[in-house]
Write a protein that binds this ligand. Sequence first.
Ligand code: ZN
Length: 210
Amino acid sequence: MAILKVLKYPHPILREQCEPVVAWDASLQKLVDDMTQTMYGAHGAVGLAASQIGVTARVIILDVSSKTSRSDYKVLINPVILQSSRKKQMREGCLSFPEYLASVKRATRLTFTALDRDQELKTYTVSGLEAIAVQHEIDHLDGVLMIDRITSLKTDWIRRQPRQEKPEDLAANAPGGNLSAASDSSDNTDPLDNSEIHPQKSPVIYKPYI
Ligand code: ZN
């Protein structure tokens, strides 16, 4: 297994139409393993399409749960959407556009089929972030990127906030450099301020990469 480099826009492979998988051989198993390791190795990533690592095959790795539980881990090969709900405008991020968020209309719930790494056909019904991620990744397999899905660069293309600082960094950079005063004051921290220090607790400012 290997952590591979994720291609960034405007790499031309991101624009290619990916081919359906026809052989469940050792190279497919290696691709699935490498993609899995690459996704878990990328900060804040919940999904990855094969084209993002330069392989034009219809393979997606997904896990919207935490890295530790891996309860939502899915290998989706040759996915086909059967049914989707009405669309809603929501913000999403992408490993191939690390600096930006896009406001995109996506179905909030969908049913789709996909083969797994053992070639077993499965049917899934997903909603919320997982539904967004499936649509985003299937777009990748078709060479479609989130920048193609927005209606206005002015209103729907948003620069991400810089990576949130850790509390230790904030303490180290506190005016006067008084570390003990900085850590004492953290007991009285407003919960809202705290959510800004821990971005994963604040869906308003934190968006995963897909
Ligand atoms: Zn993406």
